[in-house]
Design a protein. Structure first.
Length: 105
């Protein structure tokens, strides 16, 4: 008999780096205690224990068809939008800059 010990949704882990922030994807997983006594960390693509027991049905049932919210899939989008809004209004395209530069000459 197999028992689900823990289930984790897929998510990004945010890490502060010297040059900014980085995001590392952590896929969804299920920790299952197999009938053989071993605890196995399983995913949709790897759902078998070392003893050979196939837990695909248990993993599929536990993870189901979870849909992640958009913000969880793209955590940097809101941060980028806030950064973009803070930029000065004087930022121009290269085309506009070259036109103004020619006008000065």
């Amino acid at each position: 008999m197999s028992i689900v010990v823990e289930s984790t949704r897929g998510h990004y882990e945010r890490k502060e780096e010297p040059c900014g922030k980085s995001y590392a994807w952590c896929p969804e997983r299920v920790v299952v205690e197999c009938g053989c006594g071993e605890r196995a960390v399983l995913t949709r693509s790897q759902a078998a224990c070392r003893c050979g027991a196939d837990h695909a049905a248990l993993v599929a049932e536990e993870l189901g068809s979870r849909r992640m919210p958009y913000a969880a899939l793209h955590p940097w989008r809101e941060e980028h939008r806030e950064w973009w809004e803070k930029q000065d209004d004087h930022l121009r395209s290269e085309f506009q800059y070259s036109r103004e530069l020619r006008a000065v000459e």
